[in-house]
Ligand binder design. Sequence first.
Ligand code: ATP
Ligand code: MG
Length: 245
Amino acid sequence: MLEVRKVAKAFDGFQAVAGVSLAVPRGQIAAIIGPNGAGKTTLFNLITGHLRPDAGAVLLDGRDITGLPPHDVCRLGMGRSFQRINIFPRLTVFQNVQAGFISHRGRGLDLFSRVGQLYREETEALLESLGLLDRSGEVSGFLSHGAQKQLELGIALASEPRLLLLDEPTAGMSAAETRETIQLISRIAAERGLTLLFTEHDMEVVFSIAQKITVLHQGRVIAEGAPAEVRNDPEVRRVYLGERR
Ligand SMILES: Nc1ncnc2c1ncn2[C@@H]1O[C@H](COP(=O)(O)OP(=O)(O)OP(=O)(O)O)[C@@H](O)[C@H]1O
Ligand SMILES: [Mg+2]
């Protein structure tokens, strides 16, 4: 479903992503791990069109999407969430997810319906499946950090993606929130037949749900494979898990 071919990106001569290739088949749950500054977020930005690669290509369903702007990439079925929370803090929970539907499907031709009613059913159904329905009237900026991350997931899902990229979906969460969020993501991915690519620092999360793990270090892939293989890879243990030689 997703193929990344030798993408590279430098910032002022600093090579943040140095020729990364990877493939995610349809239906897979894949993780990208690596220490701080490894290039994970930059790689996501190259995949989603938020950054243009200096070299290389990104293919979605075999179609070359390199250099397409983010909204076009999103329209083709790729959704994402951000490492830093990216919601409208003054809007309610309902309005945030509804805005996701409106931006994805448009206002339609029904110019006389009240904006508040647009995609009400879809929005409520999605909030329900996220466990946020009883909070739909709350102002988003006042939600807990964990609830805001879940809301962000809702906004990403409102664009009805087939491939979803999540950049540290449990960052800053308590252990309980993390567990809950991971269950939520796994359930939603299964229900919707989503293909998932996520980055994560919490190794328990990674090893519990990822089917394939790609390890980045200094902008390069240093290991890739099933969780058990990656866990035992000596190079990974050295650079990432902090083991000494
Ligand atoms: N816009 C930018 N301008 C300059 N340097 C950048 C920019 N974005 C990222 N970098 C640098 O590129 C490198 C990779 O950053 P990136 O955010 O992709 O890492 P990461 O793997 O997501 O790290 P973390 O685990 O901390 O989120 C870092 O050294 C970072 O400082
Ligand atoms: Mg990052």
